[in-house]
Design a binder for this molecule. Structure first.
Ligand SMILES: [Zn+2]
Length: 303
């Protein structure tokens, strides 16, 4: 294992840059990117697992550990200096604000690899790890689909950046890479707080199996979906009452909100049909915070 620091020209008096770990022998062709959001640390626990079995890795890996170093330092999603979400400003700007400079440096750094895999965490949702296949114009990268199939995800979400709600993903690293024809995808993991050591081992093993399977024939046993997000109709304590992976119909109740101001109970009902693939953990939520996500079959062209 070897870690190097990649400096970025800083617009203030504090040094700026990210750390890249290399695992395995030889020049890596695959890059994992962790820490784009500073509050998402499940991937780092998985990297720790990969370090422990470095000699068993089927390929060498470059791993960006702290893609947004300032956000990771304070464990917040956005860069504290300018309050921007790094994954909304790609391809960045070398002379812009801190977040845009980081985006520019990262975007250029990952160009040397044949495949880029972003690792993220959904902190508040109960879910099975799933993949996102980014697309700039609706076409999907077939090589990326073959490789992510090796991770054996239940769901692969195809964002639709033409819609108002998902237009924000235009500035995501994956979308920008997909637009330039680079194979790239995202894996979203559950919060490390709800995973035990065995489950972390299982996810690390699935990453290794995925890497071992590159180039071999694959079966795409996943649901390619579009994601419909459901929001809290009111503020309150959320108690989920539905199991993951069930098919729901419009009007079906999937949980309840209890107002701590007036004691009122509000049922949370889904607005459309689909598979329930994410549901919020218990917690106090604000009005319009995401409570669940449904998957509906995605159409669209493949490359
Ligand atoms: Zn993220």
């Amino acid at each position: 294992m070897n870690i190097v620091f990649k400096p970025i020209s800083s617009p203030d008096s504090r040094p700026l840059g990210f750390h890249v770990m290399t695992l395995g022998k030889g020049v890596p062709k695959i890059c994992f990117v962790c820490g784009i959001h500073g509050d998402e640390i499940t991937p780092h626990y998985l990297i720790q697992k990969l370090c422990a079995v470095e000699e068993k890795l089927p390929v060498s890996l470059a791993i960006v550990l702290d893609a947004n170093p300032r956000a990771l330092a304070v464990q917040q999603r956005e860069t504290p200096d300018d309050k921007l979400d790094l994954n909304r400003v790609f391809p960045g700007n070398p002379e812009g604000n801190i977040t845009e400079r980081i985006a520019d440096a990262l975007y250029h750094y990952v160009q040397e690899f044949e495949l880029i895999i972003e690792l993220h965490t959904f902190e508040r949702m109960d879910m099975e790890a799933f993949c996102i296949i980014p697309t700039a114009d609706g076409t999907l990268n077939e090589r990326a689909l073959d490789i992510l199939a090796g991770f054996e995800p239940w769901y692969v979400w195809k964002p639709n950046i033409q819609t108002n709600s998902e237009g924000k993903y235009k500035g995501a690293l994956g979308t920008t890479l997909a637009g330039s024809g680079k194979p790239a995808f995202v894996i979203e993991f559950p919060s490390v707080r709800v995973l035990n050591d065995k489950e972390l081992d299982m996810y690390a093993e699935r990453l290794i199996r995925m890497l071992s399977g590159i180039g071999a024939p694959v079966q795409r046993n996943f649901h390619l979906i579009e994601r419909i997000e459901g929001k809290a109709p009111t503020a309150g304590l959320f108690t989920p009452c539905a199991r993951l992976h069930i098919e729901v119909k419009p009007g079906e109740c999937i949980g309840e909100l209890f107002s701590i101001e007036n004691g009122e109970r509000t049922e949370v009902c889904v607005s459309s049909a689909g598979i329930l693939f994410q549901i919020r953990h218990r917690g106090l939520v604000k009005k319009d915070e995401p409570l669940y996500a449904l998957g509906v079959p995605a159409g669209g062209a493949h490359e």
